[in-house]
Design a protein around this ligand. Structure first.
Ligand SMILES: [Zn+2]
Length: 382
């Protein structure tokens, strides 16, 4: 069935598929299944902004009103990049926009580097946060932007954020897959991969989260499939760009923490993704931190985020190879001692098509998680 339908999510307990409506009676006859989203077209429509024209961002106006408006809807790539420029203009002393490289279609990959001392203090610990690796997971990108906004605006007002920005560096990539993201706005809301050409004409895209070069193995998926790994490690340009960014451009940075935001199913995934046979070093502490993160999320709006090893979530015990090449394992191996993939809301009622009214609640609950993570990185003995 994996080959026939677009699998959204699944493990050994459940699978979410996108299926044509004419197949439903047959499926219901043979399987114990439930329809989560009845009208996909309507659900897609509801994730786009209600106002047709692009939001105009101005640094001169009321900053708070502008921000409230910005987080009311998901935003297209151009608006997001203008918003990053606006953050740089508003907080020039501790925001740098850094360039990770270009994508296959020539778009820029950008990171916001938040640091009160312009990244010049080599003793500081660095936290890397990425989002939007999978194009259709829009809530991950809006949440990364919300995190940037909170860290910057609370600095100087709240003791905690002031300490975070003084004692930590943040490298935040809110749109890791700009080509895919743009394509999910213009052509196919449910696009997942990047937009690179493959060896099969008219089959585009590599799954970036299967492309990283730590325990990479070639996926069984062919180039038209959703989980195609490419023919070699780092064939996805975006994965290679991150490798260069952290291991060449920012190789002096002491990366301690990595959070990779995805959706959906409400989970906190620990290394490793590639194998359940390999135990990460410090597994007890990793799990303890993950449960702490989960609790900090629950305290915000009562949402439960399950903690489990990424290999289990990827279904590696059923089909070895499904977990290879993840950003999580790569970053855990590359200095990020405390590394997690967070899958945000919801648990399937909207899936990837989470309506925009959830941008702020999800932003707030994950920001609580980020704060907990920062506290831990600053005081690992607590
Ligand atoms: Zn994802």
């Amino acid at each position: 069935m994996r080959e026939v339908y677009d699998q959204w999510e699944g493990n050994d307990e459940f699978v979410d598929f996108r299926v044509p409506s004419e197949d439903i009676p047959l499926l219901q006859e043979h399987l114990d299944c439930e329809i989560m989203i009845d009208d996909l077209g309507q659900a897609v429509y509801e994730t786009f902004p209600k106002v047709a024209e692009e939001l105009k961002l101005e640094t001169t106006g009321d900053f708070q009103a502008m921000t409230d408006l910005f987080f009311k809807e998901y935003r297209p790539l151009n608006t997001i990049y203008s918003w990053l420029d606006m953050m740089k203009e508003t907080f020039p002393d501790f925001v740098e926009i850094e360039w990770l490289g270009q994508t296959y279609e020539g778009r820029d990959m950008k990171a916001l580097h938040l640091s009160v001392d312009k990244g010049l203090n080599p003793d500081k610990k660095t936290i890397v946060l990425t989002a939007g690796v999978h194009a259709r997971e829009w809530i991950s990108t809006s949440t990364a932007l919300f995190t940037i906004f909170k860290l910057l605006t609370e600095y100087g007002h709240s003791k905690k954020e002031t300490r975070y920005l003084e004692q930590l560096d943040f490298l935040i990539v809110p749109v890791f897959n700009p080509d895919g993201y743009a394509y999910s706005w213009s052509q196919d809301r449910l696009w997942r991969k990047n937009r690179q050409e493959t060896y099969i004409p008219r089959c585009f895209g590599i799954d970036i989260d299967r492309s990283f070069g730590y325990h990479w193995t070639k996926s069984e998926d062919y180039p038209c499939g959703e989980s195609y790994s490419g023919e070699a490690a780092f064939e996805a340009i975006e994965a290679e760009n991150l490798d260069t960014y952290i291991n060449v451009t920012r190789k002096d940075h002491q990366i301690y923490g990595f959070l990779d935001l995805h959706s959906y199913t409400q989970k906190i995934l620990c290394p490793y993704a590639y194998s359940c046979d390999e135990q990460p070093r410090d597994i007890e502490n990793l799990l303890e931190l993950a449960y702490g993160i989960s609790k900090s999320i629950r305290l915000r709006y009562g949402k439960h985020y399950e903690v489990l090893p990424a290999c289990k979530d990827r279904g590696v015990d059923i089909m070895p190879g499904l977990g290879a090449g993840s950003a999580l394992d790569f970053m855990y191996h590359n200095r990020a001692h405390w590394a997690f993939q967070l899958k945000l809301r919801d648990t399937g009622s909207h899936g990837f098509l989470l309506p925009s009214e959830f941008i702020v609640p999800v932003g707030k609950e994950i920001y609580a998680a980020v704060k907990y993570f920062c506290e831990f990185i600053l005081n690992p003995d607590l």
